[in-house]
Ligand binder design. Structure first.
Ligand code: NCC
Length: 361
């Protein structure tokens, strides 16, 4: 994470409102390079792939069932910790400067702080719903339903951010969704035979549908707040994770309090569960970097590539056998990535109206 956070920190505004200047006062290079964007998308792809595989493994295969609400809470705490470390590094180790900046942006800007509660609470709902979906559905149904977040996010980006997608890009979004569904059909079947899920189908499907909308809405709303002001990414993350910790803790109290009192907060935390926490927090932070330097739709493309990669990893290391549907699905995903266009366009800022037409700047 070190390299990209260094780059992200150097590229982020200091929160002083001086657009075009990096936090060290030097003139900021306009826009991140394509290489940097691709690097971030690639790291996110690998993290999301391992996160999904491990989360499912620990929920369905490992013996002791840990309380997923506590994992969501611990992950929020870890993200807050990492973000504070990055801020501290950005301010050359000065705790005084960090607390000044945070005081100004948290106590000093209550309206901004309140605005951040929206994506944060919606994400907390999504993260909890994902676990409920995973625990109640077979892998194939889970994965196919969850892919609906790709067109959902694209639609919300157009509606809420005024982003315009060309005809080819819309086709790419649907080709991607179809491709991932085909890939998942194979991977899902293979996993579902081993997992033997005996949950409640209706509960699982409802939870996942809610998660799909939450993912799209929270992602696009976060992007709107991040790119619609000059507050730095890391300050935005501190604001968001403060609410995240609070709402995730409410989740523990409402859902698992009795269990936690009887067995302890960290009941069932094997080393693999800690790895889920680490990947979840690292993946969350990379998500925010990717959203800042590209956009939510491109994040969806990275997540799709993650699914293809994790299936290829299962073929190579776990002996998964795939047929023509996987090959077709993977080809569609690759084709969609090219049809959409590599991250060449500058989507770091919101589109502006110029002469009555919406343009990306
Ligand atoms: O579902 P998804 O993302 O939309 O979830 C986004 C995750 O990023 C965290 N986040 C967001 C903004 C921000 N400033 N900080 C954050 O920590 C949110 O808390 C939320 O967990 C995807 O598009 O498919 C993607 O999927 C997730 C994850 O694989 C699924 O949700 C699992 O069910 C990926 N997350 C991780 O790898 C940790 C994400 O990268 C891509």
């Amino acid at each position: 994470m070190a390299d990209s956070t260094k780059h992200a920190a150097a590229n982020s505004d200091s929160g002083s409102g001086e657009a075009g200047k990096a936090s060290d006062g030097s003139t900021k290079k306009e826009g991140a390079s394509v290489i940097f964007k691709l690097y971030c998308l690639a790291v996110l792809t690998v993290m999301a792939a391992s996160y999904t595989v491990l989360m499912r493994y620990t929920r369905t295969v490992e013996g002791v069932r840990y309380y997923s609400t506590t994992t969501v809470f611990v992950t929020e705490c870890a993200k807050m910790f990492f973000t504070l470390c990055i801020l501290l590094k950005e301010h050359k180790g000065s705790i005084r400067k960090v607390s000044q900046e945070l005081k100004g942006n948290i106590i000093g800007k209550p309206t901004e702080m309140l605005k951040m509660s929206v994506p944060s609470i919606v994400y907390a709902i999504q993260n909890n719903m994902t676990f409920i979906g995973l625990s109640n559905l077979d892998a194939a149904t889970y994965q196919v339903t969850y892919q609906m977040k790709i067109p959902c996010t694209a639609l919300l980006s157009v509606m809420m951010l005024g982003r315009s997608l060309g005809g080819m890009q819309w086709i790419a979004v649907f080709v991607l969704t179809g491709g991932v569904i085909l890939v998942q059909g194979i991977g899902g079947e293979a996993v579902s035979h081993t997992s033997g899920t005996d949950g409640n189908y209706v509960v699982g499907l409802t939870a996942l549908t809610i998660a799909v909308f939450c993912s799209g809405f929270a992602g696009v709303y976060f992007e709107k707040l991040l790119k619609g002001s000059d507050t730095s990414l890391w300050v935005r993350n501190v604001q968001m994770y403060s609410w995240g910790m609070l709402s995730a803790f409410m989740g523990v109290v409402m859902h698992d309090w009795q269990n936690v009192r009887e067995n302890g907060f960290l009941y069932g935390y094997t080393p693999l569960v800690w790895l889920v926490v680490l990947l979840g927090s690292g993946g969350g932070i990379y998500t925010s970097i990717v959203v800042k330097y590209t956009d939510n739709i491109m994040k969806g493309f990275a997540a799709a590539a993650a699914i293809v990669l994790s299936t290829i990893a299962s073929i190579m290391f776990m002996g998964l056998v795939v047929g023509w549907m996987f090959v077709l699905g993977a080809s569609l995903v690759i084709a969609a990535i090219f049809m959409y266009g590599l991250p060449k366009t500058n989507t770091e800022r919101l589109p502006t109206k110029k002469g009555g037409t919406t343009q990306n700047v």
